[in-house]
Write a protein that binds this ligand. Sequence first.
Ligand code: PEP
Length: 256
Amino acid sequence: MRRKIIAGNWKMYKTNSEALNLVKKLNIRLKKKPAKKSQVVIFPPFTALSSISQELKKSKIQVGAQNLFWETEGAYTGEISAAMIKSTGAKWVLIGHSERRQYFKEEEKVINRKIKLALQNKLKVILCVGETLELRQQNLTKDIILNQVEWGLKGLKPVHLQDLVIAYEPVWAIGTGKTATPNQAQEIHNFLREILDALVGGDMGQKMTLLYGGSVKPENAAGLFSQPDIDGALVGGACLDPVSFSKIIEAGEKTF
Ligand code: PEP
């Protein structure tokens, strides 16, 4: 059985005290209704990673960073290394989120370097892929996804893939309230499994955890989770509200 994951990307929200407040509320809810079928991972801003990891020491919720730099260390003002992230207690990192691709011009080569560095440093990775509305309208969704996965996996051995999760996040669905329908999401998840089988072999398509992201809410989560190739969600906006996020986790408990 593939590992199920419900992840929350906090983006650039929450100061340290706000972050602690949110995570305490989430923890209380999850103590009452524990996530038994899925691993919950939260991605707060860098500044809150240490305090949140400390707060969650006895909890099953895991913590990750939203980005990392592609070199081990050096004169790179303002950047954060894999070792620094690990030293906070975080175990995961998000790579290739569409907001990084769009606003920080992160290209496939850079994303591939970041993935390799993260995995070398024993950080688990969620690689985000997805098409813009323009590309979908031009019928290029599958071409762009194939290209992003091919680049993401370049130079990786099958053994590395046990620490890699792919999140399909159509750019047109992120923060817009327009979710892909369960069928649209399922079609691309199934395609991702075909790509993995073709690129890696060894039944990797069936082994890898694949998440859907893009306006996931308590109301649409169960429909997405009931699809055979969707193993969970990467949640943005709704994860900033502990009630909504825990309801999404509960939808997983009922559906997985
Ligand atoms: C995200 O940031 O990865 C995301 C999916 O955001 P939202 O849920 O707000 O669309």
